[in-house]
Design a protein around this ligand. Structure first.
Ligand SMILES: *[C@@H]1O[C@H](CO)[C@@H](O)[C@H](O)[C@H]1NC(C)=O
Ligand SMILES: *[C@@H]1O[C@H](CO)[C@@H](O)[C@H](O)[C@H]1NC(C)=O
Ligand SMILES: *[C@@H]1O[C@H](CO)[C@@H](O)[C@H](O)[C@H]1NC(C)=O
Ligand SMILES: *[C@@H]1O[C@H](CO)[C@@H](O)[C@H](O)[C@H]1NC(C)=O
Ligand SMILES: *[C@@H]1O[C@H](CO)[C@@H](O)[C@H](O)[C@H]1NC(C)=O
Length: 816
């Protein structure tokens, strides 16, 4: 996005070319750049990439800036004292003898000056990096513009503890979005105004672990490298964020845009256009403050601000001022009128909780809010019975398709007429939306990759559904309003629209590119190196043009229509977690359907655990159990669309070069949308030995099928043997064997006579080198996971918590 759209500034760069030839690289001591000759009186970097001088921001108003010279639309990367432009006549910037660069207005008022720490300054010079520097006679840099960025960071420019990017608003003034290191040393995006100061990136709902941040490195230093890697001291394992077109020779910038999103841009030098190559927030509604007080951000399908029922826009045309209640219920007037509550399902207003009450009924929560005139509404989480009365409604956001048990109840005056107003809802990622033209949806569709020789024959129809919703409806009926309709257009300036839409585009394409068949044929050297094959297709190894090693999976038996195939992959493609195999893109051309994923060096857990030359020591096995639990917990509970894997087994757990586990093939069993009930879902086939009993008896499928399979994997990690082999050698059906095994394990755990017995069960290749407490935890979990009754199995979230507990409490003890 180009930061400036006004026609005033759209000086075609072609006009500037001859002028640039006259401009200079150096501003000597005691000389000036004058606004009167702003077109020719410029500094220019030696290679011509950057220019520095005066730019018009309005009629008769200029700013002293640095910009990219040859871009289609003006791209300012730095400005002195934004928000205080100078007059079009008589203003100048001068390098004074004392060593300061001083910007004066027409009447001599000093509008800005560089801090001067040296009287020895000889010149100011614009470097090829876009850095305006003042150097002393010895060539030392005594001041540089890189130390005081505005909203843009250029390659090689550092962001340190004291630097801060601040977004511009539509009028070239500083906006409310900031990018800097917080006190806890985490590089963050922050919304900041008089009432609110919120971090919105990394996602405040994620732990720092999940957002891959490290708060213990107080170095506080980040830098964008020329190749498109952005590294920072708080990135765990020093893993950078990278541009999608990673590589050198491309001009880039990292800009905190007016819409509060941080984007990395690459310049297409052939036409001077910028394209987004990385974005911090792929779903614009996660950005705080976009829709102002009481406003709700939702996808319809483009990101949109709307007022909830009973509210109207404060200032039509300006969403930063949000919405106001049609009938005021604030403390000054509340006494004299009755209030009621409107229910906004899947909606939350982040922050401003007055308090937090656990395990109470919806009715009690409502009473708390009703009796407090400062309470504007409350959030009620059904599962936990948690109540959050709120004193201020900000950062409103509607979540897509029943992602969570979030329920927002807004207080409105009893007299407000809200009939005919709809609740703002999000549906952009709802796969049902894309499937209207797909008639074969419930016919045979995509088959996940089962092991060819170990596949169940029984094909059953599954319906997924989300169970708990019905129970609360009776209660709600007391004060629920009928549906309303109120969808306002997204009415930010064109600048914001463009930025937001780009964010939205990125949401659709960011991690996820479409490749054509030729590209993939080339990448795989005409499909030469086969990595493996399963029921759904063959996997080939390849390398993309940018050097990334990839696995290309040629899918067979995909009978979904194109549109649905893409809609589903678009969601999977956005799932990004360190314990899930990253999907880079897909190919859908004629009859070809292919997935392009990251290549994982060490192959599958099955290969290594059962047949491999590498002996996995206990620490690694435990680490794999934890990693897989993290990946599954993310799929089940955290990502935007909850996903059931449906085929968890060691063949689908890949190990990278550090033997970190990454789950493959998630999402292929068709995405689970928890919205609505009885959604038709394609037949999926799991793998015998790992499939839960309810799978066979065609009961409802829930995330608990993965929990069951995970339990089997835990047993295999501990024993080092396939349960199928165990079954074969004992001549039993695998389910029967597992049931017996679970019984045995459970009673052993109960009797407490495990020490000798554990030695026997644990893989003998470990020669007794393992942690008893962790083995015990894993066996206990396996027993719980393998419960025949799916509702009694733990969730992946609680499994993960128990494992982490076992991890921490033993980390100080030395393994025996
Ligand atoms: C910077 O130099 C100006 C004169 O050029 C002087 O008035 C001002 O006090 C100096 N500031 C500092 C911080 O030294
Ligand atoms: C001023 O310069 C000296 C040495 O050149 C340096 O040590 C000091 O940190 C500088 N002070 C500021 C405020 O930049
Ligand atoms: C902290 O960050 C710096 C800069 O990225 C890095 O060199 C250093 O190794 C990190 N320290 C730790 C303890 O991770
Ligand atoms: C919107 O309102 C805010 C806050 O009152 C104000 O600062 C801003 O200039 C307004 N924007 C527009 C486009 O009117
Ligand atoms: C409420 O509004 C609807 C539609 O705007 C209207 O038809 C209805 O008559 C109103 N009801 C009252 C009681 O004013």
């Amino acid at each position: 996005m180009a930061p400036i759209f006004s026609i005033l500034h759209a000086l075609p760069f072609l006009v500037l070319l001859p002028i640039i030839a006259m401009s200079r690289e150096i501003l000597p001591l005691k000389s000036s750049l004058s606004v009167d000759d702003y077109q020719s009186d410029l500094l220019r970097s030696r290679d011509g990439t950057f220019s520095c001088g005066f730019r018009a921001v309005y009629d008769n108003a200029f700013a002293f800036s640095i910009w990219y010279t040859n871009t289609a639309s003006e791209t300012v990367v730095w400005t002195a004292n934004r928000g205080r432009p100078v007059h079009a006549r008589g203003s100048a910037v001068t390098l004074h003898k004392g060593g300061a660069l001083v910007l004066t207005d027409y009447d001599g008022t000093v509008v800005w000056q560089s801090d001067n720490n040296s009287s020895d300054v000889q010149q100011a010079r614009l470097l090829d990096t876009g850095n305006l520097v003042m150097t002393s006679s010895t060539g030392m840099i005594v001041w540089q513009s890189f130390d005081s960025p505005t909203d843009t960071l250029l390659p090689t420019q550092h962001i340190v503890a004291t630097t801060k990017l601040v977004s511009a608003n539509g009028f070239h003034d500083p906006g409310h979005y900031m990018f800097h290191f917080t006190d806890s040393s985490v590089l963050s995006l922050i919304y900041d105004d008089a009432d609110v100061h919120d971090i919105y990136w990394p996602d405040p709902d994620d732990g720092l672990y999940q957002s891959k941040r490290n708060r213990y490195n107080s170095t506080r230093m980040g830098v964008l490298h020329g190749n498109g890697d952005f590294v920072s001291s708080d990135f765990a394992d020093q893993q950078p964020f990278s541009a999608s077109d990673r590589g050198s020779g491309i001009k880039r910038r990292l800009t905190l845009d007016p819409d509060g999103n941080l984007r990395l841009y690459s310049l297409d030098s052939s036409n001077g256009d910028w394209s987004v190559s990385w974005v911090a927030i792929s779903q614009p509604c996660n950005i705080h403050g976009l829709c102002g007080p009481n406003g709700i951000c939702h996808y319809s399908p483009a990101p949109t601000c709307s007022c909830p029922p009973g509210f109207e826009m404060n200032n039509p045309g300006n969403w930063t001022q949000g919405c106001k209640a049609i009938v005021d219920t604030s403390c000054s007037v509340a006494q004299v009128q009755s209030v009621r509550f409107v229910h906004l399902p899947d909606t939350d207003f982040w922050g401003s909780d007055q308090r937090h009450v656990d395990k109470i009924s919806l009715h009690a929560c409502r009473n708390i809010c009703e009796s407090d005139c400062n309470c504007r509404g409350f959030q009620y989480v059904i599962r936990e019975g948690t109540c959050f009365p709120k004193s201020f409604l900000f950062n409103g956001r509607a979540y897509p398709s029943h992602r969570s048990a979030r329920n927002m109840y807004l207080k409105i005056a009893g007299s407000t007429n809200i009939s005919g107003m709809l609740v703002p809802q999000s549906n952009v990622l709802d796969p049902r939306k894309h499937s209207r033209s797909c008639h074969q949806m419930d016919a045979k569709t995509m088959v996940p990759f089962p092991d060819v020789h170990r596949t169940s024959q029984g094909e059953t129809r599954w319906s997924y559904f989300y169970g708990f919703a019905a129970a609360i409806f009776t209660l709600e009926a007391l004060f629920i309003a009928t549906a309303w309709f109120f969808v306002s257009r997204w009415e930010l300036g064109s600048l914001e629209i463009q930025a937001v839409e780009q964010g939205y585009m990125m949401m659709a394409i960011s991690n996820f590119r479409r490749y054509n068949y030729k590209e993939l044929a080339k990448a795989t050297k005409k499909f030469r190196y086969e990595l493996g094959r399963g029921g759904s297709g063959i996997v080939y190894r390849g390398a993309l043009d940018d050097g990334r090693a990839v696995a290309v999976k040629m899918l067979e038996n995909v009978r979904q229509c194109e549109e649905e195939f893409q809609a589903e992959l678009r969601i999977i493609g956005n799932i990004n977690h360190m314990n899930l195999v990253r999907i880079w893109g897909f190919c859908s051309e004629n009859s070809h359907r292919m997935l392009v994923t990251e290549y994982i060096e060490n192959g599958s857990l099955a290969n290594i655990l059962f047949d491999g030359n590498i002996l996995l020591d206990w620490r690694r096995r435990f680490n794999i159990a934890v990693g897989v639990a993290k990946g599954l917990a993310y799929l089940h509970h955290e990502c935007l669309e909850w996903v059931i894997h449906c085929d968890v087994k060691p063949e689908n757990i890949l190990l990278d070069k550090d033997l970190e586990p990454k789950i493959a093939d998630f999402g292929l069993a068709k995405l689970l949308s928890r919205g609505g009930s009885n959604q038709k879902v394609s037949r999926v086939r799991g793998t015998i030995g790992y499939i839960a009993p309810e799978w066979i008896s065609s009961l409802q499928i829930t995330a608990k099928v993965d929990v069951y399979s995970y339990g089997v994997v835990l047993l295999e990690l501990v024993s080092g043997k396939r349960v199928l082999d165990l079954a074969e050698s004992s001549g039993e059906e695998v389910h029967v064997l597992l049931r017996k095994l679970v019984k045995l394990l459970a009673s052993t755990l109960l009797n407490g006579d495990e020490p000798s017995w554990i030695e026997e069960f644990v893989d003998c290749r470990l020669s007794g080198q393992f942690n008893h407490m962790q083995v015990r935890t894993m066996i206990k979990l396996a027993v719980a996971c393998l419960d025949d009754e799916s509702s009694k199995r733990p969730t992946m979230e609680s499994i993960l918590q128990l494992l982490l507990l076992a991890d921490e409490s033993c980390s100080s003890n030395v393994l025996r």
